[in-house]
Design a protein around this ligand. Structure first.
Ligand SMILES: Nc1ncnc2c1ncn2[C@@H]1O[C@H](COP(=O)(O)OP(=O)(O)O)[C@@H](O)[C@H]1O
Ligand SMILES: [Mg+2]
Ligand SMILES: [Zn+2]
Length: 160
């Protein structure tokens, strides 16, 4: 597969997950670059699930595509998606606001479950709270699965 190339230009790092680094590539987009052991199929899987969630009307970043990011040290695959301008639910410090955002996060996950998605018990760092719209956008679908969806990057261990 031929991937569109994106040269690393000192993009600011805006987030670290346990498995990847997130770079802000422009005003509206971020690139998720997984640790080296992550196969590119897992990014394709996350891209597909992000699209399926958006189509189902569940709040997830709009997926742009899989690119090849060129660093001076080598090339790495990157999932490029919409930048969500908010705070991780787990980072909120006001206890009332945090409790409210956790409720929104759980409600959005329940909507996804009703649509046939299933996920492990995932943490509050995988939801971003947008204060102006008062909503939570879900992120990080590598470990998610969906009824009727199967691809080479699906988690091998079925959750249900
Ligand atoms: N589209 C996005 N817009 C803004 N921040 C994001 C976006 N996607 C992820 N993040 C931030 O980056 C962190 C790591 O991303 P994530 O997809 O959870 O990676 P990992 O699979 O390594 O946990 C998230 O916890 C979140 O704070
Ligand atoms: Mg995560
Ligand atoms: Zn899949």
């Amino acid at each position: 597969m031929e991937l569109t190339q994106l040269t690393y230009q000192g993009f600011p790092c805006i987030g670290y997950g346990s498995e990847s680094t997130l770079y802000r590539v422009d005003e509206h987009l971020v690139a998720k670059v997984p640790l080296p052991h992550c196969p590119i199929e897992n990014l394709d899987h996350e891209f597909s699930l992000g699209n399926l969630l958006c189509e189902a009307g569940i709040s997830a970043p709009r997926m742009e595509g899989i690119f090849e990011m060129i660093f001076s040290s080598g090339r790495k695959p990157a999932l490029v998606m919409q930048y969500v301008p908010g705070s991780k639910v787990s980072d909120l410090t006001n206890p009332n606001l945090k409790a409210h955002a956790i409720a929104l996060l759980k409600a959005e996950r329940s909507k996804a479950i009703d649509y046939g998605f299933f996920m492990k018990d995932v943490g509050f760092d995988n939801g971003i709270y947008l204060p102006r719209e008062d909503k939570v956008v879900l992120v990080d679908f590598i470990s998610w699965q969906k009824e009727g969806h199967d691809c080479p990057g699906c988690p091998r261990e079925r959750i249900k």
